[in-house]
Design a protein around this ligand. Structure first.
Ligand SMILES: Nc1ncnc2c1ncn2[C@@H]1O[C@H](COP(=O)(O)OP(=O)(O)O)[C@@H](O)[C@H]1O
Ligand SMILES: [Mg+2]
Length: 242
């Protein structure tokens, strides 16, 4: 579903991505982990062209994301992206936040879009909050609205960049549960996360990055019990100690 071949990117002399190869099969969930500055956000953002790349190619569901002739809106229609900061429209209700893109971008009729938005919000435990504005919702609720908004476009792939990092601890679980549920439906996903227990539980593979490179790709059991690189061992000892 996602194919990343020989991708590189630099800012001046600083190589933020080097020699990146990664294949994510349909229905699989991959966690991107690694120290701050490793290039995780740059890589995940490059998957839907929020970041440019200088070398290599990224193909999502058969479309070359960074090719000059590719209609980027067509690529993005297939990809849901959930950020650390929820980025909801503050002046729109939860229902409007979730239904606006299908109406404006996909030209779905409003009633249909709102019916779908209601059902998505209910399935995420927000059935009572459809008329609330983002400012009236907790961080965890806002992030679940952001997930519903992404799902309203019927994406083939969901990308998450530290979806729980901006949340108070008691709200982390409700958002992880939503992502867990999504994984169980067979959605193809890449999740940048510091939640190691979560990554271990739901991911097919852990992708460990450091200094702009993919250092290891391994199933969680293997990665957490027997990391192959010094860099990963060092990272895990710090994170797990914490
Ligand atoms: N616009 C930019 N200009 C210069 N350097 C950048 C820019 N964006 C990111 N970087 C650098 O790229 C590296 C990777 O950043 P990032 O992908 O955000 O890492 P991570 O998400 O793993 O913490 C960092 O060293 C960061 O400082
Ligand atoms: Mg980041």
């Amino acid at each position: 579903m996602i194919s990343i071949v020989n991708v590189a990117k630099s800012y001046g002399k600083h190589k933020v991505l080097q020699d990146i190869h990664l294949e994510v099969p349909k229905g699989h969930v991959y966690a991107l982990i690694g120290p701050s500055g490793a290039g995780k956000s740059t890589l995940i953002r490059a998957i839907n062209a929020l970041e440019s790349i200088q070398q290599g190619e990224i193909v999502v569901d058969g479309l070359q994301v960074h090719h000059k002739t590719t209609d980027i809106n067509k690529v993005r229609a297939n990809i849901g992206f959930v950020f650390q900061s929820f980025n909801l429209y503050p002046h729109l209700t939860a229902l409007e936040n979730v239904s606006i893109a299908p109406v404006k971008v996909k030209k779905v009729n409003r009633e249909e879009a709102e019916a779908k938005a209601k059902s998505l919000l209910s399935s995420l435990g927000l059935g009572e909050k459809i008329s609330s504005y983002p400012g009236q919702l907790s961080g965890g609720q806002q992030q679940r609205v952001a997930i519903a908004r992404a799902l309203a476009m019927d994406p083939k792939v969901m990308l998450f960049d530290e979806p729980t990092s901006a949340l108070d601890p008691e709200m982390v679980k409700e958002v992880l549960d939503a992502i867990r549920h999504l994984a169980a439906t067979g959605m193809t996903m890449v999740v940048v996360t510091h939640e190691m227990g979560f990554a271990k539980e739901i991911c097919n593979n852990i992708v460990f990055m450091a200094e702009g490179k993919i250092v290891e790709v391994a199933p969680p059991d293997q990665f957490f019990s027997n990391p192959q690189s010094d860099r990963a061992r060092d990272f895990l000892s710090k994170v797990l100690e914490h």
